[in-house]
Design a protein around this ligand. Structure first.
Ligand SMILES: N[C@@H](CCC[C@H](N)C(=O)O)C(=O)O
Length: 281
């Protein structure tokens, strides 16, 4: 299997063109993802991304987490995917429609002097309805809801960017109990499909710092959908403006929650690291 390794702010992916036989017919991609993403015995990545045909968009994709689970969307991954399909002329338009489990997502390739300098993505509208996040419990929206984590009362704000996110605001993100509470909240019974967990420190009206524990992956250097959820949640709380920067361990993302369209836009880099061949059985 030929692949390309790419990353967006250190959130890294193995990308495979699976549009043709025999890859198109494979039914064991969950197992392949577990093996390929392994950092000791595989290529090492935060996700496996497949390029697929689509009947309703320019191109289709699948993304699989390192544990083999299938998320609905991935912000950093879709920027890498967009650059991959554009630079290989799989899609020649700079505005690319991608069929995902979260609907059609539209990344736009940014070019300066014939070089791709970044990707801006129309990430669609945030979803607040509890049942659609999905979450169990009472009440329509989940803003500052108290849950118990190891005997500590903790306020959470939750929403979906196609995939579920649970925000926890902290004074200092460096001191947040990421690896301790992350897996507990990820698998909390309130989230029937599990959740991504973001610890957020508000710096000012235009900047936040965020560390993420990703569903099915653990701590990663960045999360695009998480950055979008962070700014949407921060606007709801009155902590930031609609246009703000999210600083992550791997770098920064520019996020805008547009008032008119209600859509969230994410802008950031997509970098190719190397190409290779992986032996599939
Ligand atoms: N890193 C991603 C999110 C990948 C999916 C996530 N692990 C999930 O299960 O929802 C991003 O950049 O958004």
């Amino acid at each position: 299997m030929e692949f390309v390794k790419m990353h967006g702010l250190g959130n890294d992916f193995v990308i495979v063109d699976a549009r043709k036989s025999p890859l198109l017919e494979r039914t064991d991609w969950e197992d392949v993802a577990i093996k390929v993403c392994d950092r000791h015995y595989g290529v090492g990545a935060d996700g496996l991304i497949l390029v697929l045909p689509s009947e309703i968009a320019h191109v289709g994709w699948r993304i699989l987490n390192p544990d083999g689970s299938e998320p609905e969307m991935c912000g950093n991954g879709i920027r890498c995917f967009a650059r991959y399909v554009y630079e290989r002329s799989i899609v020649t338009d700079k505005v690319i429609q991608v069929e995902t489990l979260a609907g059609i997502i539209v990344p736009e390739i940014q070019v300066e002097n014939d070089q791709v300098v970044g990707v801006k993505v129309d990430m669609g509208e945030p979803i607040f309805e509890r049942s659609k996040i999905p979450m169990t419990g009472e009440g329509d929206q989940v803003v500052e809801e108290e849950i118990d984590i190891q005997g500590n009362p903790v306020k959470i704000t939750a929403l979906s960017m196609g995939n579920p996110h649970c925000l926890i605001y902290v004074d200092k993100v460096e001191e947040a109990p990421l690896t301790e509470w992350g897996p507990i909240v990820e698998k909390h019974p309130l989230f029937p499909k599990k959740t991504n967990v973001e610890f957020v420190e508000v710096v000012n009206k235009n900047e936040v710092r965020m560390h993420v524990w990703e569903r099915g992956a653990g701590p990663t250097l960045a999360c695009g959908t998480g950055a979008c959820a962070t700014i949407v949640g921060s606007v709801l709380h009155g902590y930031t403006d609609r246009k703000a920067t999210v600083h992550l361990p791997g770098g920064s993302l520019a996020i805008e929650w547009d008032e008119k369209s209600n859509k969230v836009f994410m802008t950031g880099p997509a970098v190719e690291v190397f190409q290779g061949t992986y032996p599939l059985k």
